[in-house]
Design a protein around this ligand. Structure first.
Ligand code: ADP
Ligand code: MG
Length: 334
């Protein structure tokens, strides 16, 4: 049974965003996985949304850190501090050592898994259990994970794209590649630098991706362009530049193709029965990257399977992680 007075929580510890789901309440916090620190003293200045606004704009003595990289912990102490902040915020300051269910990408090492569990404990969890991200995403997207039918989910986050087929309450086959939102942003930065001699920051690159990013070059031709600002590499001065959606579509093709390859590889690995189920029910996309324009149709064209974007793609993993708290008693026995 659930501990008296203790709220159990589910955490989607993402490379880009961390969401906390409180049992009985649903998602209560949803903020960027960013921490601003004083570089001299190590003191934490801001966490979440406030810290994100500082990226690329900090003076010498402040650093805005993203402690998660490629789906795993890159900076342990900062991750633990960030988790503590979000847990306290979600529990209204009453952090009475909850049981925590926290997600990890599929295919992480035992050491990486252990680091997540330990960070949750340092942050105040009495006990912490991990759930694989694509499995949580599938639950959150409302897929029939327990049924004897194959479902396929593709979770495109900041750091990783996780592809999995699921049947009878378990992952049947999966792939996790370090090609997702952040790589798309980097590709936009590199393309604009190479083609326009213009240097832009990661925040600007992300804004361009969200506004103009389109997985299909054909579809991109129908979209309006935009004016961007950055620093001219030749003069060193601020400069504005018009770019088109086709520019952005070209810039991001390599990442889009890598995601498609991961999906094809995973499909090839599944049994014919599960492949047939996936053809019937389609592939469901979750994570922030699922919102990239035309990504669903491009994947569908390449795989010949129907593709759908989940409702509230940014929240699926947190919802699934939270819902799996119901099974925490089962996990505790292991
Ligand atoms: P994570 O689980 O790694 O924290 P999320 O699932 O929260 O990642 O997704 C964040 C990623 O989704 C970021 O790279 C962000 O830029 C991207 N993203 C958010 N909205 C869009 C959009 N409309 N189009 C394309 N990418 C988007
Ligand atoms: Mg995620």
């Amino acid at each position: 049974m659930l501990g008296l007075g203790t709220k159990n929580i589910g955490i989607d510890l993402g490379t880009a965003n961390t969401l906390v789901y409180v049992d009985g309440k649903g998602i209560v916090t949803n903020e960027p996985s960013v921490v601003a620190k004083n570089t001299q003293t190590g003191e934490i200045i801001a966490v979440g949304e406030e810290a994100r606004a500082m990226i690329g704009r900090t003076p010498a003595d402040i650093d805005a850190i993203r402690p998660m990289k490629d789906g795993v912990i890159a900076d342990y102490d900062t991750t633990a501090a960030m988790l503590k902040y979000f847990m306290n915020k979600a529990l209204g300051g009453k952090n009475n050592h909850p049981l925590v269910m926290i997600c990890v990408p599929s295919g992480v090492t035992e050491v990486e898994k252990r680091a997540v569990i330990d960070a949750a404990k340092v942050a105040g969890a009495k006990e912490a259990y991990v759930i694989e991200e694509p499995y949580a995403a599938a639950i959150g997207a409302g897929l029939p994970v327990m049924d004897p039918t194959g479902s396929m989910v593709v979770d495109i986050g900041g750091g990783t794209t996780d592809v999995a087929t699921i049947s009878l309450g378990g992952i049947v086959s999966s792939r996790s590649i370090r090609m997702a939102g952040d790589k798309i942003d980097e590709a936009v930065i590199a393309y604009i630098r190479a083609n326009f001699n213009l240097l832009i920051g990661e925040r600007t690159a992300e804004e361009i991706k969200i506004q103009l990013g389109c997985a299909s070059i054909e579809e991109a031709k129908k979209l309006d362009g935009m004016t961007i600002r950055g620093r001219d590499l030749l003069t060193g001065l601020p400069k504005t530049q018009d770019i088109t959606a086709v520019d952005v579509a070209n810039a991001i093709q390599e990442t889009v193709q890598a995601i498609i390859e991961a999906i094809k590889d995973t499909l090839e690995e599944t049994s014919p029965e599960i492949a047939a189920d996936v053809i019937d029910h389609g592939i469901v996309l979750t994570g922030g990257g699922a919102q990239l324009k035309s990504l669903d149709s491009v994947i569908s064209d390449a795989t010949k399977v129907p593709v759908f974007v989940a409702q509230d793609p940014l929240e699926c993993v947190a919802i699934g992680t939270g819902e799996s708290l119901k099974n925490i008693d089962v996990l505790k026995k292991h």
